[in-house]
Design a protein around this ligand. Structure first.
Ligand SMILES: [Zn+2]
Length: 195
């Protein structure tokens, strides 16, 4: 029997390396009932003193840890990539892998993530270099939908600059000049120039 501590500090049981169970209760005869961590899944395990007594109920299609965590990982990474546009995708992804994982990975070991050798259970153990590269593409795509496309010529830059909000937090114009003939763009506001 394999037990892990979830990131919320709860003890969980891992079965067949891919199903997570949460603690139900322990009977007076010391039999512990564990239920699948997926809501509405009927699968349960009865265990006594770390020995498997019985499994009951079949898992649904989404119960396997690998699938769930990957899906979760992609969703969270995309959200974070848009929320924090300055953070490098690799750092976001590895940070999330670390959070999702039930074991601790020190940042010094991050490089190992690419080799899929972090531990025997969880996302990173099943994440290959290809998985991470697919995730990075996913993150970049999410960002591209949110950010304007990169300009391909000087005219694009002038029109991009004129189409975005260039007011300061004090509602003062910060775009002093956007001259598409001499190709000069000046950012400053009157308050700053007076100083
Ligand atoms: Zn299940």
């Amino acid at each position: 029997m394999e037990f892990v501590i979830s990131k919320r500090g709860k003890k969980m049981l891992i079965f067949e390396s891919k199903f997570k169970y949460v603690f139900g209760y322990t009977s007076q005869t010391n039999v512990t009932r564990w239920r699948c961590f997926m809501k509405n899944c009927p699968a349960i395990i009865l265990e006594k003193e770390k020995v498997l007594l019985e499994t009951k109920g079949d898992h649904g299609d989404n119960c396997s840890v690998k699938n769930i965590d990957r899906q979760k990982l992609a969703t969270t990474c995309k959200r974070k990539a848009v929320e924090d546009i300055c953070q490098r995708p690799r750092k976001i992804i590895l940070g999330e892998i670390q959070l999702l994982n039930l074991y601790n990975i020190s940042p010094n070991n991050w490089n190992n993530c690419f080799l899929g050798e972090i531990n025997a259970f969880g996302v990173s153990s099943t994440m290959t270099r290809n998985d991470i590269s697919a995730l990075r593409k996913c993150v970049y795509r999410a960002r591209r939908q949110f950010l304007p496309t990169n300009p391909t010529c000087i005219a694009d830059i002038h029109s991009a600059v004129s189409s975005v909000n260039t007011l300061t937090t004090n509602d003062e114009e910060f775009l002093l000049l956007n001259d598409d003939i001499s190709n000069i763009i000046i950012f400053s506001c009157n308050t700053n120039l007076k100083m």
